[in-house]
Design a protein. Structure first.
Length: 377
């Protein structure tokens, strides 16, 4: 009995220590992963978190190309997609759906986690807010929205552009496996302010490129402050509805209703493809300019400090003979735009061991680009 008391007492002390040290989010993480037979975040976890609705009103289905699904994928491409646990693979060419294929029970209606593809969507919202004059300048400072950042070293100098270009100088280790680092706290925690505002800045903003989810979350906070409405509702009004998205989507939030702007839009492959088509069409849907071309050019122009692999929210590959740029999310979520061939490729799935030998970019993206262009040219 005495031994049992020691065990219970020790466990209680351990739990108290976890809370005191700010690691209470670990309990949420354990319940949402290990207790569900998972070892990390996964593409179907949207229902485990609170979220805000991204509504559509008049869905417009993709027009099918005359050759829709008439070509079978080569065996080596199929093997690549199956090996990487692909859920959906969609190819759009000349504005029409040319090929779509699903595996493991996923289908046209399946909504999966965008993960970091949402970063580019957050930057799109910045472009729209600037276009509407709600925020006057991309070089406005984060501290204009949250004066407390003036108290942090370098904090008063961080601009919205620094955040969008991943040149914020934030003290943020972009590690997806260590449960004690900031990504886990932001993902599984209840309060994004506590997870992100507590971080310091370690260097002069604009000094170097460093991909950090915390930077995009800070950008999201600035947008939320400027808009005074949920970012999901603004995304719905300015993009989801005018683009005729086929389904409502959702955006995961913390317990206070703040969207996780570095990740976690839950939508289907066909609607993800519409985001890609918007960029191929230079921001237009039909005759309506949804996002201004100047801002789109900023997003897809590689920065010097990233050594030409990143723009604003978008990854870029001009090294490949077939040039392309893309939205990129954890575990292999891609929306790939190939301007020369007027093609969009969407791949969703669960590729936990995704090799990134191509200057920090996933090898699979280049593979799918080259193979799809060859097959569907």
């Amino acid at each position: 009995m005495k031994a049992l008391k020691y065990v219970i007492g020790g466990a209680a002390v351990g739990v108290a220590a976890v809370y005191l040290l700010g690691y209470d989010y670990l309990f949420s993480g354990i319940s949402k992963t290990y207790l569900k037979g998972r070892s990390s975040a996964y593409i179907d976890d949207g229902k485990l978190f609170p979220g805000n609705l991204i509504a559509t009103e008049e869905p417009e289905l993709w027009t099918e190309d005359p050759d829709y699904n008439k070509k079978e994928l080569p065996e080596h491409v199929l093997e690549n997609l199956k090996h990487s646990k692909t859920a959906a693979f969609v190819v759009i060419k000349n504005g029409k759906i040319l090929h779509e294929q699903y595996w493991d029970g996923y289908n046209q209606l399946s909504q999966t986690n965008s993960f970091s593809m949402a970063k580019a969507v957050t930057v799109m919202l910045l472009g729209k807010v600037l276009e509407e004059g709600i925020i006057k300048n991309i070089d406005d400072r984060l501290s204009d929205f949250y004066p407390e950042f003036k108290e942090k070293e370098f904090g008063s100098e961080v601009t919205l552009k620094n955040l969008a270009q991943m040149e914020a100088g934030l003290d943020w280790d972009e590690d997806y496996n260590n449960p004690f680092l900031p990504n886990a706290k932001a993902y599984y925690g209840r309060n994004l302010v506590k997870a992100v505002f507590s971080r310091r800045f370690q260097e002069q903003p604009g000094t170097r490129f460093q991909y950090q989810s915390g930077a995009t979350q800070l950008l999201g906070f600035a947008l939320k402050k400027a808009l005074n409405q949920t970012l999901a509702s603004y995304l719905s009004e300015k993009f989801w509805i005018p683009m005729g998205m086929e389904q409502n989507a959702s955006w995961s939030t913390d317990n206070h209703g703040m969207e996780k702007t570095y990740c976690c839009i839950h939508s289907n492959a066909r609607d993800y493809a519409k985001l890609g088509q918007l960029f191929l069409d230079d921001g237009k849907v039909g005759e309506q300019q949804i996002l201004n071309l100047d801002f789109i050019e900023q997003m897809r122009t590689p920065t010097e400090k990233s050594q030409d692999i990143y723009g604003m929210g978008l990854w870029i590959n001009h090294d490949n003979p077939v040039k392309h740029y893309y939205f990129l999310g954890l575990q292999g979520q891609y929306i790939i735009m190939i301007p020369e061939h007027n093609m969009v490729i969407v791949r969703t799935g669960s590729y936990s061991n995704n090799p990134k030998n191509d200057r920090g970019r996933p090898d699979q993206v280049k593979f799918l680009v080259n193979e799809s262009v060859q097959l569907f040219q």
